[in-house]
Ligand binder design. Structure first.
Ligand code: NAG
Ligand code: NAG
Length: 437
């Protein structure tokens, strides 16, 4: 009971003290807002423009969505203006020099972000308080996340630099009734939080006075902030470029594999599949436009072409290597190009196919004859057999030699292709990525 009494006394004392000091903030607010009209511009002289200063703090780059070509950023917007109808004399009002008022209760310039995406809506401006000073100066700051249209230039992807403008201005007040003022030469980056994907290069500001085709002769103020960001390319180099370069080298190295191992085509097609898949993954990071081909896609397409050509040429050299059908000597011009040396004499003096026909016949008839009758022809027969064996051997060795020559040719072509593709790949990789590394 005793505590309750003490409490009641304290309350009474506080109320008394409040009354003694005179004015409360509520009374000041009541005094200011009674009869306040928030729609008209807050100037005593209607011919005067309201001067609104705008400062934009870039807090965070949330995301750049390539498919929608939109940049999502967190900003703090700070506006300052003077409201002639929101001033009081602090000496007469309990020395209260500033009060907070809900922004919806007073006039504001209603600056809009011109190039923001519609789904965000126009009315998403947070309903924060404004600070009103006794001289009528209003300071209104609020944080906002905006989706801003940003046309991407992806030619140099993943080494690209993007410039995204953010245009702020009044939608209805032209320059004669609302004057926009910048407080600094560029946007404010003091509170910026680093982004993992992008490096902020600059946050520039341009103050414009624009005449639109709707209203000739009327100028409109706007402030266009430009965010310039550079992609941190390490991620793409690590996860996309380096595997693709490696795979292209593997495709080239396929020419080094001995054809007999039978692995070459498998290697080529596996690499071809992997490269195509990687290309698909990369395109997810790009806008769906065909106005320009990004560097990385060009590189992927080139490596896929390289791997494809290497597969086709592998088939060609394998066909030479395993040539058994219609075995002709290697043509002269090919020998000349690949320095195969002169034809082996064995190949030049090819035995005629009909040479042995009569001999085979003699074998058949001889067997049926009595041994004595054949006495004089015995040596002849032996010679025939010998000759036959020799021819057979010669023909076999000729065949073997032909086969071997084609194999050597295939091997030489393989080496040439290895060197040629290697050079092409180095030039390609260096040409595309060299200037950016
Ligand atoms: C207001 O401040 C002035 C000087 O600081 C002081 O003399 C005066 O008594 C104060 N008035 C009130 C109501 O507190
Ligand atoms: C406002 O911007 C202009 C250039 O756009 C610049 O010359 C001027 O100094 C800026 N004002 C302030 C207060 O920094």
């Amino acid at each position: 009971m005793a505590t309750m009494t003490v409490f009641a006394f304290v309350l009474l004392y506080l109320c008394y003290f409040q009354n003694v000091t005179g004015v409360t903030e509520r009374e000041v607010v009541d005094m200011l807002l009674t009869g306040y009209q928030k729609e008209g511009r807050p100037v005593q002289d209607p011919t005067q423009a309201v001067v609104t200063s705008l400062d934009v703090f870039l807090i965070q780059i949330v995301k750049l969505v390539p498919q929608r070509q939109v940049l999502i950023v967190n900003l703090w917007l700070l506006q300052r203006w003077k409201d002639d109808f929101l001033s009081w004399n602090p000496a007469e009002h309990g020395n209260i020099s500033s009060i907070r008022l809900g922004i919806n209760k007073i006039w504001r310039a209603r600056l809009v972000h011109y190039n923001r995406q519609h789904e965000e809506g126009w009315s998403k401006t947070p309903d924060t308080n404004a600070i009103v000073r006794s001289n009528g100066e209003v300071l209104w700051a609020y944080p906002i996340t905006i989706h801003s249209t940003c046309v991407l230039d992806i030619v140099n992807f993943p080494f690209d630099v993007q410039r995204c403008p953010l245009k702020f201005g009044s939608w209805t007040y032209d320059a004669s009734s609302l004057k926009l003022l910048n407080v600094s030469v560029r946007g404010n980056m003091d509170e910026f939080i680093e982004n993992g994907e992008w490096t902020l290069m600059s946050f520039d500001l341009e103050v414009n006075h624009v005449e639109y085709s709707c209203c000739p002769g009327v100028l409109w103020d706007d402030m266009t902030y430009t965010i310039t960001i550079k992609r941190r390319s390490k991620f793409y180099v690590l996860y996309f470029v380096s595997p693709s370069v490696l795979m292209a080298f593997m495709a080239v190295c396929g020419f080094w594999l001995p054809p007999d191992s039978g692995e070459r085509l498998l290697l080529c097609f596996t690499l071809l599949l992997s490269l195509t898949w990687l290309l698909q993954v990369v395109t997810h990071h790009l806008p769906d436009t065909a106005t320009s081909i990004p560097l990385i896609s060009a590189f992927f397409i080139a490596t896929i072409l390289l791997a494809g050509t290497s597969a086709a040429l592998t088939i060609f050299t394998l066909s030479l290597h395993f040539k058994t059908f219609d075995l002709q000597p290697v043509p002269k011009w090919l020998r000349y190009i690949f320095c195969l040396g002169p034809l082996h004499p064995n190949i030049v003096n090819a035995p005629k196919a009909n040479d042995h026909e009569d001999m085979d016949a003699s074998f058949v008839t001889d067997d049926a004859m009595p041994m004595e009758a054949l006495q004089p022809s015995r040596t002849l027969r032996a010679r025939n057999v010998l000759q036959h064996l020799k021819d057979e051997h010669q023909s076999m060795s000729r065949y073997g030699r032909l086969e071997k020559e084609w194999k050597i040719l295939a091997g030489k072509i393989d080496r040439c292709l290895l060197v040629a593709f290697f050079i092409v790949l180095v030039v390609l990789t260096g040409g595309i990525f060299g200037p950016h590394v």
